[in-house]
Design a protein. Structure first.
Length: 118
């Protein structure tokens, strides 16, 4: 993520878009998704395993397609388009890595309900 943030700061939009796509790819792998699968298959696996919903799957597919267009067709996204891609990847990372840990900690901190007496 540091590298695509650096690319954004340097206004290297093609590299930033590719970096965002690569960050998604690595995140999916860290969640146990086979790195050899296509982006589309990875998105289906993430949805099927409950990491993302259908709406987010569609948005992340668009984000990976944008990264592919930059990597393979030289597409140069605008600042607004990069902002959308950035929001998508940050949401994916936040929910699946940061918030998941926080939720686990919260779950462990809540005391059990007292048993009712007959």
């Amino acid at each position: 993520m540091d590298e695509f943030y650096s690319a954004l700061e340097m206004q290297l939009s093609v590299l930033a878009a590719i970096g965002i796509r690569t960050t998604f790819d690595r995140g999916a792998e860290l969640l146990g998704i086979d790195p050899g699968r296509t982006f589309r298959a990875k998105l289906d696996d993430l949805r099927d395993q409950g990491f993302i919903g259908e709406t987010e799957r569609d948005s992340l597919q668009l984000m990976t397609e944008a990264g592919n267009a930059s990597a393979h067709r030289g597409w140069r996204p605008t600042d607004e388009q990069l902002e959308t891609m950035l929001q998508l990847i940050e949401s994916f990372i936040h929910r699946n890595f940061i918030l998941r840990h926080d939720v686990s900690n919260l779950r462990g901190a809540i005391p059990a309900r007292p048993q009712r007496r007959p």
